[in-house]
Write a protein that binds this ligand. Structure first.
Ligand code: DX5
Ligand code: ZN
Length: 238
């Protein structure tokens, strides 16, 4: 087994549930179901109507959620100039705070500010944005979020070129001796997750394509998504 494969094996697989896909009329019920299903993170999609043409979630929702669950919060800021809001989101409970490379001019400053606030610093890339834009900030990143759809809406189809991007990102980190986590978000179905895991992803955001499918329970969705990701990892290391 190569050193790269060995390094990837050490990275735990994490299942993140996309809160925006939950049933808001029965939010507490869904949160309890996610907790007992053993989900690792609640993925909070924040949309400002500018960076993406849609609106979603906020620090207020995070504070409400905090009242009924202790699940760690992984916050995906799809907002322009996210540097204006870092403190509010960390104070509202973000353990991982992800900003888009396309949305902040001084990315390095933004990432080190997140760490100085005590959260893990993440950066997200839209499907069209090159990995090269991160070349000089690799040491400042705890998690790279590779968008596998264009952000802003649930229920979209995978952009196929993002599979190659996951593999390229894993190679880039390996070449620098880094074991940075790679998260994937958008159309993470039971069929797509194994391919993403074998390309090098280890954080999987489950939305309407897996955890929140109307035809299965949340518990079944979480279980099947974890198995799908582990199957992909297995294929890689055999
Ligand atoms: C990204 C989306 C995703 C969400 C969608 O903009 O909001 O965070 O998880 O899940 P799917 O693609 O499965 O509906
Ligand atoms: Zn997201």
């Amino acid at each position: 087994m190569s050193r790269e494969t060995e390094r990837l094996r050490q990275l735990p697989i994490k299942v993140c549930a996309s809160l925006v896909c939950a049933d808001f009329l029965h939010l507490e019920r869904d949160l309890k179901a996610l907790e007992s299903a053993g989900v690792d993170y609640l993925h909070i999609d924040v949309m400002d109507g500018h960076f993406v043409p849609n609106f979603a979630l906020s620090p207020d929702i995070m504070r409400t959620v905090r009242q009924v669950t202790t699940l760690p919060l992984d916050v995906h800021l799809m907002v322009e100039k996210p540097e204006r809001y870092l403190k509010s989101f960390v104070e509202a409970g973000a353990e991982i705070l992800v900003v888009h490379q396309e949305a902040t001019v001084h990315l390095q400053r933004t990432l080190s500010h997140i760490r100085s606030l005590g959260a893990h610093a993440g950066v997200a890339l839209n499907p069209a944005t090159s990995l090269h834009t991160l070349e000089y900030v690799l040491e400042d990143i705890d998690l790279l979020l590779i968008m596998t759809v264009n952000p802003g809406f649930v229920g979209q189809r995978l952009v196929p070129s993002t599979l190659q991007k996951i593999a390229d990102a894993r190679r880039m980190f390996d070449q620098c001796g880094l074991s940075t986590s790679i998260q994937v978000d958008g159309n993470i179905s039971f069929a797509n997750a194994p391919r993403m895991a074998s390309a090098g992803a280890n954080f999987f955001v489950g939305g309407t394509s897996s955890i929140f499918q109307p035809s299965i329970t949340i518990s079944e969705g979480v279980r099947r998504l974890r198995i799908a990701a582990e199957d992909g990892r297995q294929a890689l290391t055999q």
